[in-house]
Design a protein around this ligand. Sequence first.
Ligand SMILES: C[S@@+](CC[C@H](N)C(=O)[O-])C[C@H]1O[C@@H](n2cnc3c(N)ncnc32)[C@H](O)[C@@H]1O
Length: 324
Amino acid sequence: MSNIKIITGDALVELAEIEPASIDLVIADPPYNLGKDYGNNHDIQGFGDYLEFSRNWLRQAHRILKASGTLYVFMGFRFISYLYDILDRELEMFFNSWIVWHYTQGMGKTRGFSPRHDDILMFTKSKEFKFNLDEVRVPQKYYRDRNNMRGANPGDVWKFSHVHYCNGNRQNHPTQKPEGLIERMILASSNENDLVVDPFSGSGTTLRVCQQLNRRAIGVELNPDYVAMSNKRLAAPFLGFDSVDPRMERVPMDLRRSDVRMKYLENHKKWFLHHHENAVTKFEESVTSLYGYTDKNSSEQKTLFEEFENCESDKKVKTTRRLA
Ligand SMILES: C[S@@+](CC[C@H](N)C(=O)[O-])C[C@H]1O[C@@H](n2cnc3c(N)ncnc32)[C@H](O)[C@@H]1O
């Protein structure tokens, strides 16, 4: 059986078929009830009906999650507070993060502020949940002895541009999400071979990312044309994810010592640009413009991270000696 399965159907019906407590991660990007054209009339419901629809699928998502499982839900401003309330008070899930997906382009307003973000709620089923911080760190802005050069926590404001029409991975779907955004959720909250569910899989973004990160996945999508689109996307050659957090391409400033710089640059690609081969050129250009050359000829084997760990343990020994 393929590790990625797509079911053409209604999320409410299909989620009910899944074994209880069998899923590691749910990533849900439901229709926001804004009247988008998904080839059906499902995105225009009355307020109460939409809330009831949300309550029902959230109950199912909660039921299928393992105790160690995590749920990410995308939502627009109109309903997010109601969804928060259902997750917090009705389902008694554990709030973890309110993530802001910040994008640079969008609808313009003349009376009020043009919206430039979507919200994503992250709740866990219990206090014992997976969180792989090292998998999602972002490069430091400056080289400093006190900084962990393996990277910083990405925070809860995630900047990714939409997948524009000029992007080779752009699908004919009105609300396709950037792969880099979904990649972060999957890396942080699941391990290889874990099982991920996307109840509203649309153009197949979550499924494509799971395929490339060796996760098993089940997607549910009402519109058969989008299911066909997803299957085509899964069969296409992989050229790197279609979007990247711009911080991943940045080169820390003040990497003055050339030996440290060489080692750092070698690790940077491995740590931050894995699955983003398409971003390496831009990174190398930044290195050249900042430091005048790239790391292509580096022959050093010892990693900067090891060097930091050695420095840190030296510091600890010295402190212990001073205290003794
Ligand atoms: C916001 S889009 C998801 C986009 C997706 N994350 C992507 O990157 O392509 C929501 C999707 O849910 C589908 N949908 C709407 N109601 C549904 C339901 N009851 N069950 C399953 N899918 C549904 C829509 O057809 C649409 O493709």
